[in-house]
Write a protein that binds this ligand. Structure first.
Ligand code: SF4
Ligand code: SF4
Length: 398
């Protein structure tokens, strides 16, 4: 089958996808039960979700997941690699115990080896990430289904596609389409950090139903992201927003954290179907949930966002200006992501996993031989301090 036939078949599959009657009934019942929740429709998938969903990245607490479902959230976002599989395992247990599999939308992701600097998939293993082959894609998906104790997921993403090239990589694209045809995934999508590029590429590929993309008020290219989101909406592709509260804290002023304002800002864009903040405590759940009562930004919240915008320090824009400055071409943006996992979310396991993805000559191991980091961030991040923190925190890392 050539690429055109493959795409034609895939588009027919997308348009032909339908919800089963019990699932539709479950959605209507849930809405009636909790009229306070604001729902949006996820493009052509027709899935209806509250604007708040649960990014189960930094927790494997069954109690927290259960509470979120009791409160009315119905979309759980996980990935094969989160918490070394414990996120999926916890979700699987909760769904089994509560008998709610047909009432909850589960999204997971397949993560395969890539060259971070070139933005391409790799056909050889890199650290804990297996080579980007069909066999590994299927193996990872089957492992996720087993952990989740289900025979299908509602959304299956090709995880962390950070270029149009990765979105269009034929091996993963075909494997995702085949998973959908086999009924292992109701809908398919891509996730990634370079939002405008990957959203447009995913829409143009005419295969994907959903894009999970970074969107927050602190992004330099947020206007372009908003335009790409509008393009996706026009074309029936659903947008799920992540890293929604990125940069909500003004540097050096922890009290300035205004999660609610940052989340409202994102959800005020109609093209965003739902957001998946990564919650780890009941307090965070309550706070995020309260956003759904009214998405209007108060004057005080607007003021907070404005003040935070004046100080972007601490939020990595993924501009990569730092990489060229480093004598070892260390993948600094990925190190900064590891810092955010470790310090911001307290998720040491994810931080370590992220560090292990990098080849030793471009990762933290290269920094060990460097006593004086002079790499300057164009956006005010203290790279030298952060590298020192990582070196100390992950002392056993080679
Ligand atoms: S220069 Fe700063 S903002 Fe840009 S990628 Fe590097 S750490 Fe991130
Ligand atoms: S510590 Fe050295 S190797 Fe590491 S980022 Fe800084 S300059 Fe590059």
């Amino acid at each position: 089958m050539d690429r055109r036939e493959f795409l034609r078949g895939s588009v027919a599959g997308v348009l032909g996808a339908s919800l089963t009657a019990p699932l539709l009934r479950a959605e209507t019942d849930e809405k009636k039960k909790n009229p306070k929740l604001i729902y949006r429709t996820m493009g052509r998938t027709k899935l209806e979700v509250p604007v708040l969903s649960f990014g189960v990245m930094n927790t494997d607490s069954p109690d927290l997941i259960k509470k979120a479902l009791e409160m009315g959230l119905k979309h759980l976002d996980t990935a094969n690699v989160y918490l070394r599989g414990n996120s999926e395992t916890a979700i699987g247990r909760v769904l089994k115990e509560t008998g709610t599999r047909d009432k909850v939308y589960v999204a997971t992701k397949v993560f395969l080896a890539r060259d971070w600097q070139k933005g391409i998939f790799m056909l050889e293993d890199t650290g804990p990430a297996p080579a980007a082959t069909t066999e590994n894609f299927n193996k990872q998906l089957d492992q996720s289904l087993e952990r989740l104790q289900t025979d299908y997921v509602d959304i299956l993403y090709v995880h962390a596609c950070d270029s149009a090239n990765m979105v269009n990589y034929e091996t993963t694209m075909k494997a995702a389409v085949k998973a959908k045809e086999a009924g292992k995934a109701r809908f398919i999508g891509v996730s990634g950090h370079k939002s405008p590029e990957i959203i447009r590429a995913a829409v143009d590929a005419r295969v994907y139903d959903v894009v999970l993309a970074v969107f927050n008020f602190q992004q330099e290219d947020k206007d372009d992201v908003a335009r790409a989101i509008a393009y996706a909406k026009e074309n029936g592709v659903a947008i799920v927003a992540m890293k929604t509260q990125g940069g909500a804290r003004r540097q050096g002023d922890p009290a300035s954290f205004n999660h609610k304002a940052a989340l409202k800002w994102v959800l005020n864009h109609e093209g965003v179907c739902t957001a998946i903040p990564g919650m780890t405590t009941f307090e965070q759940l309550d706070l995020n949930f309260s956003v759904m009562e009214d998405l209007t930004l108060t004057d005080e919240e607007k003021k907070d966002l404005k003040l935070s915008s004046l100080d972007s320090g601490g939020y990595c824009q993924n501009c990569r200006a730092c990489v060229a400055q480093c004598p070892h071409k260390v993948e600094v943006p990925t190190l900064m992501r590891a810092v955010r996992y470790a310090e911001g979310y307290g998720n040491l396991s994810q931080a370590e996993w992220t560090l292990n993805l990098l080849p030793k000559n471009h990762g933290l191991a290269a920094c060990r031989s460097c006593s004086d980091c002079r790499v300057q961030c164009t956006h005010g991040i203290n790279i030298s301090r952060n590298v020192k923190t990582l070196k100390k925190q992950f002392a056993l890392y080679a």
